[in-house]
Design a protein around this ligand. Structure first.
Ligand code: FDA
Length: 497
């Protein structure tokens, strides 16, 4: 790793001329720790040996972000941008290696401005997914936005990596509905879509967070939803045919009508089928009894509600949970997690599912989430956005291991299962979802002061397939000095390989 030339004192001095002192927290500030942990979810990344930032800047306007980048460039202090802090490897607020860096935490930049007539909104990166859902549904009933399932995620990181959720089969990923954006680049300039140019605008919609600058806000296209949607949770045990039902689900779910989305959670030797239908219960039960009779869905399995309510219900399972919980940004530091991902292009046989289910027995605290593709998300060309897992993908797998206690090392079973799955998932390269960041698939090395392209390619082609090279060329154009850098950032490539 290159020796650091950082001048922390000069950096802080430089900041003080443009950013009010109450917006900058150093380890000697009484609130430093509480600001640092405010959006950390994984206690694995909050230990005495975690490499912490020199300071945290909490901007309230764009000029503060610009100042942080300009001072950082001048005094060799990198910034890591944090929106919601949900990065699975904690790269928005910690470094794997010794490094002097500052965190620019965008939590205070979180306005959501809805234009009901145009069916668009400008949303700041520091807003959470829950705040977005709530603001849109309240300001423009009948409109919604396709994004992920966890309400405390920040829009900055979530949109930067794609944004998968229950409406992606109907409306695509979040990034498929981004119309414009503002970004502070490595030269401290504030650019919109027109000023940043088509390559950079392409790259920030799915090319991963922390690579090209700090995206401050996004203009998004809102999408229509009916006043009543239906949600259903149906659980099947192994004895009730869980393995056969999942086997069938693999090719059925990606081909269903786009308004009908069924994801599966495999846990404790059971499969939970979570269905969102953009319509009423009667039509859903009719469709399911002809398309997927194995689930045995009846009216008793349906819960009719507003789309906004469904974004709460999917996590709480309780129709009485108030929609205002979407506004709660508090996260808990109690559970250690490790996540990995895969894509499946050819259905896995029932025999193999019979072998997968036993990985989730009582002692293995973990689960597997299967998210169907197809529909709109699968019909967009692989190169239209950096997210390449489109045509031919049946579904995404997320493996989640969780544990409590002191150990920062996760259980071995998740790597064991990941190895076991290799023959059954996408290959050459084995795909992975950048928003389910996983440093096991590769970490950058820095050569001559910049990240080497060859080290990035190892993990980069898993996340971005054939789009990786264009991302690296774009990085070479907009940040040749590799200022926005982390353990898995896109390396700058100055000419085609
Ligand atoms: P965080 O602030 O940690 O940033 C993540 C990365 O993006 C970092 O590299 C950071 O530097 C960079 N970054 C952040 N803000 C930026 C900005 N404004 N400009 C440029 N770079 C920026 N995903 C999904 O698609 N669907 C889902 O349903 C879920 N569900 C889910 C549940 C839970 C509990 C977790 C922890 C995570 C998910 N995810 C997910 C994954 C999620 O999309 C991913 O972790 C996002 O990067 C989180 O964005 P944050 O802003 O919260 O992260």
């Amino acid at each position: 790793f290159a020796p650091s030339l950082a001048a922390p004192g000069d950096f802080l001095q430089c900041l003080s001329s443009s950013v009010p002192s109450e917006r900058v927290f150093t380890p000697s500030s009484p609130s430093f720790t509480s600001v640092l942990v405010s959006s950390i979810r994984n206690p694995k990344f909050f230990t005495p040996t975690t490499v912490r930032p020199l300071c945290i800047v909490t901007p309230t306007n764009a000029s503060h972000v610009q100042a942080a980048v300009l001072c950082g460039r001048r005094h060799d202090v990198r910034v890591r941008v944090r929106s919601g802090g949900h990065d699975y490897e904690g790269l928005s607020y910690r470094s794997e290696r010794p490094e002097v860096f500052a965190v620019v935490d965008l939590a205070n930049l979180r306005a959501v401005r809805v234009d009901r007539v145009a069916a668009t909104a400008w949303v700041d990166s520091g807003a959470t997914v829950g705040e977005l859902y709530y603001a849109v549904a309240k300001a423009a009933p009948g409109l919604a936005f396709p994004a992920g399932v966890c309400s405390t995620m920040g829009l900055g990181g979530h949109f930067s990596g794609g944004g998968m959720g229950m409406m992606m089969r109907k409306y695509g990923l979040s990034i498929d509905n981004v119309l414009d954006a503002t970004l502070v680049d490595a030269n401290g300039r504030l650019l919109d879509k027109e000023a940043m140019g088509s390559d950079l605008f392409w790259a920030i919609r799915g090319g991963g967070g922390g690579n090209f600058g700090a995206v401050l806000s996004w203009k998004i296209r809102l999408v229509p939803v009916p006043s009543t949607v239906t949600f259903s949770n149906i659980q099947k045990t192994i004895d009730q045919g869980a393995a056969s039902a999942v086997t069938k689900w693999q090719t059925l779910a990606p081909a269903l009508p786009e308004a009908l989305s069924i994801r599966v959670i495999v846990q404790n030797q059971q499969a939970l089928f979570q269905t969102l239908y953009l319509g009423g219960c009667s039509a859903l039960v009719r469709a399911m009894s002809s398309l997927f009779p194995e689930l045995g869905m009846t009216r008793a399995d349906c819960r009719e509600m507003s789309w906004l309510q469904s974004t709460v219900y999917i996590n709480s399972g309780d129709i009485k949970t108030p929609v205002e919980t979407l506004l709660n940004r508090t996260t808990s530091l109690s559970t250690f997690t490790k996540n990995k991902s895969d894509y499946v292009k050819q259905a896995i046989t029932k025999d193999t599912w019979d072998k997968i289910f036993p990985w989730f027995n009582g002692s293995a605290a973990g689960l597997m989430i299967l998210e169907p593709h197809g529909g709109r998300v699968g019909s967009i060309a692989d190169a239209d956005t950096p997210y390449p897992h489109r045509s031919g993908v049946l579904y995404n797998i997320q493996y989640v291991a969780f544990w409590t206690g002191n150990g920062t090392d996760g259980p071995d079973w998740i790597s064991g299962l990941y190895n076991f799955m290799e023959p059954f998932v996408s290959k050459s390269p084995r795909g992975a979802y950048v928003n389910y960041r996983d440093l096991d698939i590769g970490e950058n090395t820095v050569v001559g002061g910049v990240t080497s392209y060859d080290s990035g390619k190892v993990w980069g082609e898993s996340y971005f397939g054939g789009n990786f090279e264009r991302l690296a060329i774009t990085k070479g154009k907009v940040d040749a000095g590799d200022y926005f850098r982390n353990e898995q950032s896109v390396p700058p490539l100055l000419s085609r390989k």
